[in-house]
Design a protein around this ligand. Sequence first.
Ligand code: SF4
Length: 292
Amino acid sequence: MIIKEIEVKSVMTKSNLPVSDYSVNPYVGCSHACKYCYASFMKRFTNHPEPWGEFVDVKYWPDIKKPEKYAGKEAFFGSVTDCYQPCEKKFGRTRTLLEQLQGSGISISIATKSDLVLRDLDLIGMFPNARVSFSINTLDEAFRREMDRGVSIERRLAAMKQFYEAGVQTTCFISPIFPGITDPIEIIEAAKRQCNLVWLENLNLRGDYGAKIIEWIHQKHPELDDLYHEIYSKKSREYWISLDQRLREYTKKENMPYLRDDDQHRSEFGEPPVVVNYFYHEEVKKSAKKNQ
Ligand code: SF4
């Protein structure tokens, strides 16, 4: 692992994400090295010859002047890195940023695959509308280990529970859903009493990693070759439509609100969790563009 310390002008980047005003990435690169990492395109802008997952730049930025200018805004922590990857333990850049923004009135949302985030529970809980999201796309540790170097699913669920019980909003982010492998319903079952939002997102293979995932499926799950060919070469939507239907029936039975990402939604704290389906994100984006 190549770790380098770098100076940057600012860590607060105006965001075009629909869910936040700023995106915040205290590191460049991510040692969690997920095989499906959508952020790996960042490598092109980093001058790093090492593969994604093998380098991390640790950012140092000047003190934030007048943090109160962020009052009422929202920041998303970890759009192209994991703010709680292992080197955070040593460098503490995420914690420093939380300290710098403390009392500013900004809302924060943190996405992670690590339980190191528990270290900052007290600080995080002091932000308005704080939310911590844990990515979980399997309950099978062997598959998890093949796909990422985050902490075990058991530890993610345990951390989610602690945040939830401390009154901090939590999201179970079921992403990416691998056709034929990820069972979203068993994950919701494991998390439903300790999260107030579930996000579902399908695997897309548009990035450079797409061919590697298809090859991995071929090596480890040749029985799924045809299914992946249908979905990713022939662009069939049948798998997602039928999973959507299963989820609709399951959430109805469980009395959980079930929304698509084109629905206007606002999560309420408490049980049961709101389940939001992002399977149709691309279609929604396309139709929004057409209507502009
Ligand atoms: S944790 Fe997130 S940013 Fe890090 S490698 Fe995995 S998907 Fe990419």
